[in-house]
Design a protein around this ligand. Structure first.
Ligand code: FES
Length: 87
């Protein structure tokens, strides 16, 4: 079992395993990664390989990352919207 890391998304703290992608960690913990902007639904990624653009998240420094191609890091602080407001 790989070591655990702590990260936060929209103010919610949770644990993941080192080596997991952010997408896997969020889907495992919450069952989705973000709200769908056009309907009252949740999104959980689609392609899982960096092609569909469904999994953009923002770091606390304002960098935009794809959750499916970014590995979790201890202390990572993420937002599901560009303004860092979360939902
Ligand atoms: S899930 Fe498709 S780009 Fe990340």
């Amino acid at each position: 079992m790989s070591p655990q890391v702590e990260l936060m998304v929209d103010g919610r703290r949770f644990s993941a395993h080192q080596g997991e992608t952010v997408l896997t960690a969020l889907n495992t913990e919450f069952g989705h990664i973000r709200d769908f902007e056009f309907r009252d639904e949740k999104r959980a990624g689609f392609c899982y390989m960096g092609a569909c653009q469904d999994c953009w998240l923002w770091t606390d420094s304002g960098e935009r990352i794809r959750a499916c191609s970014s590995l979790v890091k201890d202390g990572m602080c993420l937002s599901t919207d560009a303004l860092g407001l979360g939902r």
